[in-house]
Design a protein around this ligand. Structure first.
Ligand code: NAP
Ligand code: ZN
Ligand code: ZN
Length: 347
């Protein structure tokens, strides 16, 4: 076994606290990673607080992992000691179904194995995430990080980055696209950067007036206060695509009207409760409502290589492990610019 030092939630009500635990010894195709940075995703908060239903405790959250390979199993081909690599939201899948065979392991018909708050494929061993000093993963579920990218700004790409990059590819965002990004948080700010890098015209829909300057600095063409209903009316039938990353419950109907004929709202944020949708707004302009969840391993490597070429990184606030609970509170209050990453060498 390999000893890990990290932070865990022992129950949905308890703050996260230091916790030492074991990970498996390296199998032939496994690599050990010394984690340098671990991003704090809003999904970590939803799960640690059981906002998505019953969870597995103790829980070591963290699925935005960037670090350096420190050991390799005897048959590892993809990586060598010293390589910068990353791990995202899942660490295994059935490897046999149509989804797995087409590079959509995130949509595995037998379910992906989540990086934490899940059981390994043996159905018994809990998975523990990246709020820790080290990690063990099968080489097929990790990606090589381009050497020119600084690891702290890379960590959030492993979830926030891929979660916007993958649907932007699927819905073909390009220089003719009118795109709106709802919610300028960890996911939203990556969506803004990717949509601009793909040449789109981008409007940020935010409920935080204080983020306007940052939105323009990151390349937004427009900033619209989502609480300003009059302004929203003036944007009727404007967007081809809305990427909705809002983490809290909200009325989606007022935004649907801003979609053009044949426009699509892609739901990415996952609040605990279902949406109520006015069907008339959808059928009135053949609008669609869709969803998207992270991305497969091929897309993950492609996204990170794209970031290497274009020098795209997340805007991060680097924090110490002892700050994790405060970082959770500030994230829920939409007070993060724009992703917290934990300095994992301090665990
Ligand atoms: P985040 O950093 O907290 O960003 C969420 C943003 O939503 C906030 O910055 C805020 O943006 C907006 N928001 C929050 N509360 C709001 C409210 N009461 N009313 C209106 N807007 C509000 O979270 P994140 O890490 O980006 O994650 C966003 C959501 O996506 C979470 O639900 C997360 O679980 C989910 N997620 C989904 C996937 C997937 O695969 N689909 C992957 C990762 C995460 P403004 O201040 O700009 O309004
Ligand atoms: Zn995430
Ligand atoms: Zn599968």
């Amino acid at each position: 076994m390999i000893t890990s030092r990290g932070y865990a939630a022992l129950s949905a009500k308890a703050p996260l606290a230091p916790w030492t635990f074991d990970r498996r010894s390296l199998g032939d195709r496994d690599v050990k990673i010394d984690i340098h940075y671990s991003g704090i995703c809003h999904s970590d908060i939803h799960q640690a607080r059981e906002e998505w239903g019953k969870a597995i405790f103790p829980m070591v959250p963290g699925h935005e992992i960037a670090g350096i390979v420190s050991e390799v199993g005897s048959s590892v081909r993809k990586f060598k000691i010293g390589d910068p690599i990353g791990v995202g939201v899942f660490v295994d899948s059935c490897r046999k179904c149509a989804s797995c065979n087409s590079g959509d392991e995130n949509y595995c018909e037998k379910n992906m194995t989540a990086t934490y708050n899940d059981l390994e494929r043996d159905g018994i061993t809990p998975t523990y995430g990246g709020y820790a000093n080290n990690f063990v993963v099968h080489e097929d579920y990790a990606v090589l990080i381009p050497k020119n990218l600084e690891l702290s700004g890379v960590a959030p790409l492993l979830c926030a980055g891929i979660t916007l990059y993958s649907p932007m590819k699927y819905w073909n965002v390009n220089s003719k696209s009118q795109v709106a990004i709802m919610g300028l948080g960890g996911l939203g700010h990556m969506g803004l950067k990717f949509a601009k890098a793909l040449g789109a015209h981008v409007t940020v829909l935010s409920h935080s007036a204080a983020k306007e300057k940052d939105a323009y600095r990151m390349g937004a063409d427009n900033f619209l206060l989502s609480t300003d209903s009059e302004a929203l009316i003036s944007f009727k039938s404007t967007f081809d695509l809305i990427f909705n990353t809002v983490s809290a419950e909200h009325d989606i109907n007022i935004y649907l009207n801003t979609l053009k004929l044949n426009g699509t709202v892609v739901i990415i944020g996952l609040p605990g409760k279902p949406f109520s949708v006015n069907a008339g707004i959808l059928l009135g302009a053949r609008r669609s409502m869709a969803g998207s969840m992270i991305g497969g391993m091929k897309d993950l490597q492609e996204m990170i290589d794209f970031c290497g070429e274009k020098n795209i990184l997340s805007d991060v606030e680097i924090v110490e492990p002892a700050y994790i609970n405060e970082a959770f509170t500030r994230t829920v209050a939409s007070d993060v610019r724009y992703r917290f990453v934990v300095d994992a060498r301090k665990f």
